[in-house]
Design a protein around this ligand. Sequence first.
Ligand code: SF4
Length: 113
Amino acid sequence: MKLPPFTCKAGCSARCSAGPVPFSNGERERIDVTFPDLEWLPWGDEWLLLEAVKTFRCPLLVDGRCSAHEIRPMACRLYGVVDAPQMRCKRGGKPSRLISEAEARRLMRRRED
Ligand code: SF4
C-alpha cells in the first residue's frame, strides 16, 4: 500500500515540535549517513533523537523546514494522512484520502527492520 500524496503547508512544523518520533534501525541508518553527529536514545526496537526527547523539538528541523525531508521516517510521513485526531493536519491540509489507524500500524510494521 502506498501513502496517499500529501504536501505539508510551507513552513509548518507542527509534527516536528510535538515530541520525538520513532526511527527504525534502517531509518536511523539513512539519517546517520547525512547527519553523523546526532545523538540517539534506544526505545524498544527503535530509536529516538535525544534532543527531541529533551526539548520536544526535532533537531532535524532547521529554519522551520525538515532538513531530512527526503529520508524522513515513516512516523513523519504518516502525519496528515491518518484518520486520527492527533495525526490530522492542523492547518486544514488534506490528502486525496485518509488512511485508517490500522493501515498506519501496518505501514509502521513493514518498515525495513
Ligand atoms: S525528521 Fe523532519 S519531518 Fe520528522 S520530526 Fe524531524 S524535522 Fe520534522
